[in-house]
Design a binder for this molecule. Structure first.
Ligand SMILES: [Zn+2]
Length: 209
């Protein structure tokens, strides 16, 4: 479990700003981990602000809501730059569903951390095809602390790092995740992706002639 190098008394400390990333697949508990860290900061009387991309409106418009229904108040923003203004005077900034923001999120997180803010970013590290998702790989590179959380494969019960899409859509952003995705381990994800690949029909003898 991640233990903060420092929770409270941030303003007296010499190097108080840093970036933490909580990355993982769907159903890996990344939002629960974000909420756990933010709640600890609140206990330490830190001023906490939470943001999420405004496109994520699955549950309540103003709440970061995780799947086990522990929720925490959040502010939906369209662009990462909005956070610079909205987060002024905060000790800790939490960002959920970070994969949906554009690359400017990296600069914004760096700016906040440079100004002395503790930044905790949670998001999907890979999309449903297994490719690094949005600004997440860059954020993992610039962060002081990276925690990769895993789910459990629904096929075999092994540790799962992939979000396998059951629905047929090709869009990278597909909300309503409980119905459309399942957590899978590497072999079960690969098997599923191979099943999805349309089989190219071999030319018949007649067509070859
Ligand atoms: Zn598996």
């Amino acid at each position: 479990m991640f233990i903060e190098p420092r929770v409270g008394n941030g303003r007296e400390a010499p190097h108080r700003g840093w970036i933490e990333v909580v990355a993982g697949s769907m159903f890996s508990g990344k939002t629960e981990e974000l909420i756990r860290r933010l709640n600890r900061a609140k206990i330490a009387r830190q001023r906490v602000e939470i943001f999420k991309p405004s496109l994520d409106t699955r549950y309540h418009e103003h709440d970061v809501v995780s799947h086990n229904a522990t929720s925490i108040r959040s502010t939906p923003v369209q662009l990462p730059e909005e956070m610079l203004l909205l987060a002024s005077g905060c000790d800790v900034v939490g960002i959920d569903e970070a994969q949906f923001f554009d690359a400017s999120l990296v600069d914004v997180c760096n700016q906040l951390a440079n100004q002395g803010t503790r930044v905790i970013v949670a998001g999907l590290d890979m999309d449903y095809t297994g490719k690094p998702f949005g600004p997440m790989p860059a954020l993992m590179a610039v962060a002081e602390f990276v925690t990769k959380v895993n789910a459990v494969c629904v096929c075999c019960g092994e540790v799962a790092a992939y979000s396998f899409r059951i629905a047929a859509s090709e869009a990278q952003v597909l909300l309503g995740e409980t119905d459309s995705y399942e957590a899978r381990c590497r072999p079960c994800f690969q098997a599923g992706m191979q099943e999805k690949t349309p089989v190219v029909p071999r030319p018949t003898a007649r067509q070859e002639r």
